[in-house]
Ligand binder design. Structure first.
Ligand code: AMP
Ligand code: GLY
Length: 422
């Protein structure tokens, strides 16, 4: 069976690696993939945002199943386009993808269905902003409405900060946004909650906690994610029930009622406030780097999960997990997320020896003459799985030490919430 994975990050390498262990005999193509996926599958250098060209390629190769990693093609309607051509595709349709593609759409779904979330106002001009500012206390969160690769959100402590960031959004800094969402700041502990969905039901696939800031101690600029771990100890059965009942099920029912049922992975970014979940955001895909810590814990064949979702058979699928814990630390190019060099050698990476509890997922990499070069901001995800988060983190840190990449940067405090200082 031929299958294609769309995307080129650590998330897609993790998906590729998991599919590579499937009992089904799979012939995997990664479009475009990275150095890591090229060791497991066939990388295809093709611009997937051109859906017509993508379809011609899939058709010529006889690939009939597609898994989409990143949000952009989903928001642009890749699922609607390829399914209209008879390709089986795992991911939500264009309408449902607005859960991530438009913060105001997501908030409206919450409002219409009593889903707990931060109090908010959609603002199209400064009059709207001033009106909202009169009703709340600081800090206030300002969000560009459309996709912004995690950079369109700012937590503001003063009116000036709100006005300055809003001006940037209205001025077109985030191309897809002509409006913004202002919302109250929620105090609590963040939790990433993942489900897989089909037309009839949904199943929990895992929980994780991410570290979005570049600096240790959650300081500095926002990034795509500097490290994550799974499971999130804050999640218990009671909280899970509340999340499903108050957030996930009403959202999925709302989309069904509108005639656009959800399908694929759904990632709820939550704030847990005194034991109660509030929705911060939806992502219509797996997280990156959360995927890298969730998939290694799942024992069920990923191809079975994907097929069950595509064919609306999730209800009868049993998903099982390893009891082990998993963590990933992102090794990025020095200077990320602002400015960094591209084409920098990571010497001897392919010769590196490590035990089986490790996985190294590539992101911004390429291979030339058997050597790996960094070509992006987030470069490698160093993963370990085991019984204890403290030991896992120590093992990862010692492997990063061994990699000894002078132009790299990483955080040593991933998991600080759960690994207390002695
Ligand atoms: P978003 O892109 O909406 O997930 O926002 C990015 C990050 O900003 C989140 O992961 C939170 O850490 C933070 N954030 C967003 N909205 C809020 C809020 N209402 N209260 C507190 N923190 C928030
Ligand atoms: N790690 C955050 C995200 O994937 O959106």
């Amino acid at each position: 069976m031929k299958i294609a994975i769309i995307g080129s990050g650590g998330r897609e390498h993790a998906i590729c690696e998991k599919l590579n262990t499937s009992k089904k005999k799979l012939n995997i193509f990664c479009i475009p993939g990275n150095a890591g996926t090229s060791l497991l599958a066939k990388n295809i250098n093709l611009d997937y945002s051109n859906f017509k060209k993508l379809y011609v390629f899939l058709n010529n190769e006889g690939i009939n199943t597609v898994i989409v990693g990143p949000e952009e093609p989903l928001v642009n309607g890749i699922v609607d386009f390829l399914s209209s051509k008879g390709i089986k595709i795992f991911g939500p349709n264009k309408y449902a993808s607005k859960l991530e593609g438009s913060k105001s759409f997501m908030k409206k779904i919450c409002q219409e269905n009593n889903i707990p979330t931060a109090r908010y106002m959609v603002c199209k001009n400064f009059n709207h902003i001033n009106k909202f500012l009169k009703t709340v206390s600081y800090p206030i969160v300002v969000k560009a409405d459309g996709l912004a690769s995690g950079k369109g959100v700012l937590i503001c402590k003063t009116k000036n900060e709100v006005l300055n960031f809003s001006k940037k959004i209205f001025g077109g800094k985030f191309q897809s946004s002509t409006k913004l969402v202002l919302e109250e700041y929620l105090n609590g502990e963040e939790l990433s909650y993942f489900v897989v969905v089909d037309k009839k039901s949904h199943k929990f696939v895992g929980s994780a906690q991410d570290h979005k800031k570049i600096g240790e101690g959650e300081t500095g600029l926002n990034t795509g994610g500097m490290g994550a771990y799974s499971p999130a100890p804050i999640l218990n059965d009671k909280l899970k029930e509340k999340i499903d009942k108050k957030i996930i099920i009403p959202t999925l029912n709302a989309l069904k009622k509108k005639g656009f049922p959800y399908k694929g992975f759904l990632y709820a970014g939550l704030m847990i406030c005194k034991g109660n979940p509030k929705l911060i955001e939806y992502n219509v895909r797996m997280g990156d780097p959360e995927c890298q810590v969730i998939l290694p814990r799942i024992k069920t064949d990923l191809m079975d999960i994907v097929n069950a979702s595509i064919e609306n058979r999730l209800k009868s699928l049993k998903i099982s997990w390893s009891k082990n814990k998993c963590m990933t630390i992102v090794l990025c190019s020095k200077g990320y997320p602002v400015k960094y060099k591209k084409g920098v050698l990571i010497p001897n990476l392919l010769k590196l020896k490590h035990d089986k509890s490790f996985k190294i997922y590539h992101a911004g990499t390429k291979i030339l003459n058997n050597e790996v070069y960094a070509i992006g901001g987030r470069v490698l995800n160093i993963n370990n799985i085991g019984k204890n988060f403290r030991l896992i983190r120590n093992k990862i840190l010692s492997l990063i030490h061994k990699i000894n990449w002078k132009q790299g940067y990483y955080r040593r405090d991933i998991g600080w919430r759960i690994i207390k200082k002695k």
